[in-house]
Write a protein that binds this ligand. Structure first.
Ligand code: FAD
Length: 380
């Protein structure tokens, strides 16, 4: 089998690398741009280049291009650290979810803003007492007594990435409190400018505040903002997580950091050479796992394994970079506006690393999914 990309794909990747490098230079850090790099201008540039909705059908305004084309573009942009966060959640998972479950009218209402790079979306699943176990979430959507057919939403979401800038929230809420926990949930598109929404940014241990607590107090949501079948969110969320877990963002968020540290590694030391060999092997294996997901060739539920493998690799990369630079890389200075030096990037990378195996489902949960649904192992 020839794993080499065609010359067209190589040219597209080179173009995306050049674009990503220029855009990343606007950021203080080069890492994790798909999650924390909020940059509305770059979202518009992505749209102008037709790099949003690349694989969506042309009938809805998408690019109708191949999964491999999207793969090489986003692999290059994320590896370079381009500030993708404004557009990325919508491009990666909200758009595909709307294509799968929304009505044609809903698609016509919301897909154009995503494709134009003008609407930013956040994902309102996790709650203070419902992270790993989505089925225990308590945010309620109740029929609006004053406006039949519409809804009123009350509750609290947490760790909602990008909520402070988002136009829309893709929200999971309980609509049938009497049904079994996983059977009474529905999905809504909520206008983040609605009265009754309060967004409180949370500062993480790197000093960044991209994720937020979002409080909903009797927020009015029109009836035609319910996506898919009522009380069927659990199944829809599982499909949505497949989009979230198996992508290249899980493997290359730290790639630039690794490449920038590698020349400083003491490769005269056999142990360092062994570590580099292990990291290079894992990177190539992870890439093949992601490619199988992207091409639809991975077994059912296997994205749990892909995400686990790739995010544990990201953590090993951060640890390697920390060892290469030594103790000086351990102190994270408060950031200014100018580009951070390599030591600060490594310090930030070390502080950020635990997040990789939490977001999108923790490694413990994903290993259970792998054993249960992918391998069919008996439950203890
Ligand atoms: C950077 C970042 C961005 C995020 N962005 C978003 C976002 O945009 N939208 C959103 O909705 N959420 C977001 N999240 C939340 C993320 O999905 C949750 O943190 C994750 O699902 C874990 O939930 P939790 O934090 O409540 O931990 P808990 O579920 O409370 O788990 C705590 C610990 O217990 C373990 N554990 C729990 N249950 C089991 C079990 N049954 N078996 C074994 N171990 C178990 C977990 O593995 C974990 O180690 C984000 C998180 C991070 C870190």
């Amino acid at each position: 089998m020839d794993f080499e990309l065609s010359s067209d794909l190589q040219a597209l990747a080179a173009e995306a690398t050049a674009v990503g490098r220029v855009a990343a230079a606007r950021r203080r850090h080069r890492e994790d741009g798909w999650l924390i790099g909020h940059d509305p201008d770059f979202a518009l540039e992505l749209a102008e280049r037709s790099w949003l909705g690349m694989t969506w059908p042309t009938s809805v305004g998408g690019g109708g291009r191949s999964m491999l084309e999207r793969f090489v573009v986003f692999e290059a942009l994320i590896s370079e650290g381009a500030p993708l966060a404004t557009a990325y959640f919508a491009d990666r998972q909200i758009g595909p979810t709307l294509l799968q479950f929304a009505t044609p009218e809903q698609q016509a209402r919301w897909l154009p803003g995503i494709l134009a790079g003008t609407s930013m979306w956040c994902i309102g699943m996790s709650e203070p007492d419902a992270g790993s176990d989505v089925s225990s979430l308590r945010t309620r959507a109740t029929p609006d007594a004053a406006s039949p057919g519409d809804w009123r939403v009350s509750g609290a979401k947490v760790w909602t990435s990008g909520a402070a800038h988002a136009d829309w929230c893709y929200l999971v809420a309980r609509t049938d409190p009497d049904a079994p926990p996983h059977a009474g949930l529905s999905e809504f598109v909520v206008d983040m400018r609605s009265p009754g929404i309060e967004v409180r940014p949370i500062v993480d241990q790197t000093g960044d505040d991209h994720f937020c607590e979002v409080l909903f107090d009797d927020v009015a949501v029109p009836g035609d903002h319910l996506v898919g079948r009522p009380n069927d969110s659990f199944r829809q969320v599982m499909r949505q997580m497949e989009h979230e877990r198996g992508g290249i963002d899980r493997l290359v968020s730290n790639r630039r950091l690794y490449l920038d540290c590698l020349p400083l590694a003491d490769t005269a030391d056999a142990r360092v050479r062994q570590e580099v060999a292990a990291l290079e092997s894992a990177y190539r294996l992870g890439r093949l796992l992601v490619l199988r997901e992207v091409l639809g060739q991975a077994p059912k539920a296997f994205s749990a394994a892909t995400k686990t493998f790739c995010t544990e690799h990201e953590q090993r990369v951060a640890a390697f970079c920390g060892r290469v630079l030594g103790p000086a890389a351990q102190a994270l200075e408060p950031g200014g506006s100018e580009a951070a030096g390599l030591h600060e990037r490594v310090a930030r990378g070390l502080a950020y690393a635990p997040a990789y195996t939490l977001m999108g489902g923790t490694t413990q949960i994903l290993r259970t999914i792998l054993g249960d649904r992918a391998l069919g192992l008996p439950r203890a």
